[in-house]
Design a protein around this ligand. Structure first.
Ligand code: G16
Ligand code: MG
Length: 215
């Protein structure tokens, strides 16, 4: 049965994608090109270095690794400035209610995010106290769809993958959950997340009963 829930951060609990987009856009503009919000969709769930590589390709540019590292940390400094202002009201609807319900029912809770800034976001939005384990971009070496981020989470909770459910908004994240042999609940469009066991619009649309029914 259900023993633990693992949450992606961006796109599931908070909407930090808009800040990533603004910061990457600022970087692209400073290099003399632009990219669309549709292209930005491809960056969701992808690590910082991989995102930069994609963006440079869109701009028809290539730089030595050293310069790429500089550009990535420049983007990150702008991004960190934006998320430093985040408050509790930026937590997506249904998040606190679901986390409370899980806690009341002794279901373990972990974070499985690609972001190296996850702790700052959790702290600023009041989410930190809900988490029994935090796995973020500082501790994983392989990006989603590799299952490492979720397998590490289950391991830290001392729970077998078969008792875990993952909440994900990115198809690479759903794939990572399936490769970890966990249940996957997609947050967003059923078309893009068709591999998930269940897809809901947002966390207001899911209750403990429905999660337990996946087992
Ligand atoms: C998030 C975002 C990605 C971002 C990645 C790394 O992942 O969806 O767009 O590139 O983290 O973020 P940072 O530059 O802060 O390390 P997730 O896994 O929480 O959806
Ligand atoms: Mg996400």
């Amino acid at each position: 049965g259900l023993q633990a829930c693992l949450f992606d951060l961006d796109g599931v609990l908070v909407d930090t994608a808009k800040y990533h987009y603004l910061a990457w856009k600022q970087l692209a503009n400073s290099l003399g090109f632009d990219f669309t919000e549709l292209q930005n969709e491809e960056l969701k769930g992808i690590s910082r270095v991989e995102s930069l590589k994609k963006i440079l390709t869109w701009g028809g540019l290539d730089f030595p690794q050293e310069r790429q590292d500089e550009l990535a940390s420049l983007k990150n400094s702008w991004y960190v400035e934006m998320i430093s202002e985040m408050k509790v009201d930026e937590v997506l609807p249904g998040s606190f209610e679901l986390l409370e319900e899980l806690r009341t029912n002794q279901i373990k809770i972990a974070l499985g995010s690609a972001s190296k800034n996850a702790q700052l976001i959790l702290d600023n939005t009041g989410l930190t106290p809900y988490f029994d384990a935090i796995v973020d971009g500082n501790v994983v070496s392989k990006s989603k769809p590799d299952p490492e981020v979720f397998l590490k989470g289950a391991e830290m909770l001392h729970i077998s993958p078969s008792g875990c459910v993952v909440f994900e908004d990115a198809s690479a994240g759903v794939e990572a959950a399936l490769r970890a042999t966990m249940k996957a609940i997609g947050i967003g469009s059923p078309k893009e997340l068709s591999k998930a066991h269940l897809v809901v619009e947002d966390l207001t649309k899911i209750q403990l009963k429905a999660i337990q029914n996946l087992f």
